[in-house]
Design a protein around this ligand. Structure first.
Ligand SMILES: Cc1ncc(COP(=O)(O)O)c(C=O)c1O
Length: 331
């Protein structure tokens, strides 16, 4: 069986280094917010090309804390793609804000910039874009809208570590770039982990406090914060893996080249565009007989996954809030 993911296999070449890192942390006794967290933050900011990075507990928390740091008025509207993974939308709701869904461009699966301005109202405060499947959004028109309307831009980069648009990495465009290091991601930990990158020292300092009970000085609390610290052990593992992130992305790009070349025309394949460096977190195809194809592949020992079977606005949890939306492309 060719599995959809085999995380043990994926990490095998890191095992020896991980064990060494783990032993060192175990013996060192600094288990929370130690050198591994601060070294990883410095390394990841450098990698993305941002001034600052703050490690947090998950990708969802990276989104929530990015929103919280901006202190938007309750009920403010946040533009978000309708076809994202549900976590993006949950982050907006968890901050007491209103998600406003925008359809994707059918050829890229990323938010369609031509459909954003029609959804802006006096209450719109932010755009939360998602670089889905490892491909950057179309950043020039998005940046033009952000600047024209004075909006905050938050990038959900959970699926796009190292992806570029015109030689600039995703995460470095917005006020905040939120990353997940969930084990299946291109830069995956051995548990939950996440980070926010930003060019604003002020934003970084607020998020550093928010992740730690709203505090930077022990027992003094400036904000109603959370416990959402990046784990020291995960940071140690990530410091090992980030050295080979480019190699991981190159490998995915080589596999994508094979699929792009060999899959026949009945497959609708990911678009390849000048100026984009895609990292193929997921190599996605559309097919008129999707379910039969999936079954055929399974019978022949190849497991696949549907991303995603139910769009957020049709989820039971969200039907009362977003159920009126009609999003035929996402659906
Ligand atoms: C687009 C997107 N946003 C956010 C997240 C949330 O990340 P995490 O699982 O680390 O909380 C994910 C995770 O799968 C994701 O794919």
């Amino acid at each position: 069986m060719i599995e959809y993911e085999n995380l043990a296999e994926l990490n095998k070449s890191f095992f020896a280094d991980y064990i060494a890192v783990f032993s060192k942390i175990l013996e060192g006794g600094q288990y929370i917010l130690g050198n591994n967290v601060s070294n990883f933050e410095a390394e990841f900011a450098r990698y993305v090309g941002s001034e600052r990075c703050v490690g947090v507990a998950s990708g969802l928390d990276a989104l929530v804390l990015s929103l919280k740091a901006h202190n938007f008025k309750a009920g403010s509207e946040v533009i978000v793609p309708a076809n994202t993974y549900v976590a993006t939308i949950l982050s907006i709701l968890q901050c007491g804000l209103k998600p406003v869904l925008v359809e994707p461009d059918i050829s890229t699966y990323n938010i369609d910039p031509t459909k954003i301005e029609g959804k802006l109202t006096a209450k719109t405060t932010a755009i939360m874009i998602v670089h889905l499947y490892g491909k950057s959004c179309d950043m020039d028109p998005i940046m033009a809208i952000v600047q024209k309307h004075g909006l905050v831009l938050i990038e959900d980069c959970a699926q796009a570590h190292g992806a570029k648009y015109k030689d600039k990495q995703v995460g470095a465009f917005g006020d905040c770039g939120a990353f997940s290091f969930y084990p299946t991601k291109n830069l995956g930990a051995i548990g939950d982990a996440g980070a926010v990158v930003t060019n604003s020292s002020a934003t970084a300092e607020v998020i550093k406090k928010l992740r730690n009970y709203g505090s930077s000085v022990k027992y003094y609390n400036d904000y109603i914060g959370y416990n959402s610290r990046l784990d020291e052990i995960q940071a140690g593992f990530l410091l090992v893996k980030i050295k080979r992130l480019d190699e991981i992305n190159s490998h995915k790009r080589r596999l994508a080249e094979i699929y792009l070349r060999e899959l026949k025309n009945d497959f609708i394949k990911p678009i390849v565009q000048d100026g984009y460096f895609d990292v193929y977190h997921i190599f996605n195809v559309r097919h008129l007989e999707r379910d039969r194809l999936k079954e055929y592949l399974l019978k022949n020992g190849i497991n696949t996954a549907i991303h995603y079977p139910v769009p957020p606005h049709h989820q039971k949890a969200l039907i009362d809030i977003l159920g009126d939306y009609k999003c035929p492309i996402s659906e």
